[in-house]
Ligand binder design. Structure first.
Ligand code: ATR
Length: 262
């Protein structure tokens, strides 16, 4: 029996086991997918288990998307560009890091027919997932991207990779059409001290968090008359790509798939 897992800290919120085990069963693949709460010191041991094929593949979530990189043999071009890995697999004996968050975000916006061309995008948060969102927006033709983060230095670090983005001091709100909350605030059921209430009422508010399904960020935006979307479809599409990398099968995304995550 093959074994897959997702590593992170915290990990309790992750619905990856639910989704992957559903697809494994549906496609009659003899494998199991588990979640593993680990700390940073345990990363080398986990990679060793993959090398020994005790584990056949892993997803990586907060806060290890960057810190796993030194332990891998090679990276896909997207993982290299974003310095972010969310999927580990073995290819030709090499432990390889991929980033399927980029395609995940892109497909999630395509799923709802949202076109980012000629739109102003405002990203809140400069953590692990932010470079993937920036690259996805750029791939889709968005030329106006502004980033803010509570810790300013982390925005500056991202600008070193993506030098055509604008960075904004925390608290200053630029004009935008779409705002993406790429922080972990919703996951922790916290709020941040940014005042987005004065930004109008016909904007698009996106939260990468899918559990809880409606963060305070989205609740408030909806109350103010904006269009909102959580990270559920991004989550499903990134998992879809990881599943294909490991099992060479593209599982079906249908109503039942979406329902099991609600
Ligand atoms: P990491 O920072 O280790 O990459 P992450 O979960 O990917 O972890 O990123 C967390 C993001 O949420 C960061 O942008 C973080 O801001 P800081 O860089 O200032 O820490 C942001 N974040 C978390 N809690 C926050 C809060 N209460 N207010 C504002 N931003 C917060």
């Amino acid at each position: 029996m093959k074994k897959f897992c997702v590593i992170g800290n915290p990990i309790n919120h992750s619905l990856s086991p639910k989704l992957h085990n559903f697809w494994l069963k549906r496609n009659k693949i003899d494998a199991i997918y588990e979640k593993k709460l680990i700390n940073e010191k345990e990363i080398p041991k986990l990679i060793e288990s993959i090398r020994k094929t005790e584990i056949n593949g892993a997803n990586v979530t907060v806060p290890f998307k960057n810190s796993v990189i030194p332990f891998l043999d090679s990276l896909s071009p997207e993982a290299k560009e974003t310095n972010s890995v969310n999927t580990i697999c073995v290819e030709g004996g090499e432990i390889m890091g991929h980033n399927t968050d980029i395609a995940g975000f892109e497909l999630a916006l395509r799923h709802i027919n949202y076109d980012v061309k000629r739109k102003k995008a405002f990203i809140i948060g400069a953590g692990g997932v932010s470079p993937s969102i920036i690259l996805a927006l750029k791939n889709m033709g968005c030329e106006n991207i502004c980033l803010t983060n509570r810790t300013f230095e982390k925005s500056e670090k991202i600008k070193e990779t993506f030098n055509d983005i604008t960075i904004q001091k925390w608290g200053d709100i630029p004009e935008f059409d779409i705002v993406i909350n790429a922080t972990s605030v919703g996951l922790k059921k916290e709020n941040f001290d940014l005042d987005l209430d004065k930004s109008g009422n016909n904007k698009f508010f996106y939260d990468v968090i899918y559990n809880p399904s409606e963060t305070n960020f989205l609740k408030k935006a909806k109350h103010n008359g904006n269009k909102t979307e959580n990270g559920r479809m991004m989550f499903i599409y990134q998992a879809h790509q990881s599943f294909a990398l490991w099992n060479k099968v593209l599982p079906k995304i249908d109503e039942e798939t979406i329902e099991i995550l609600k």
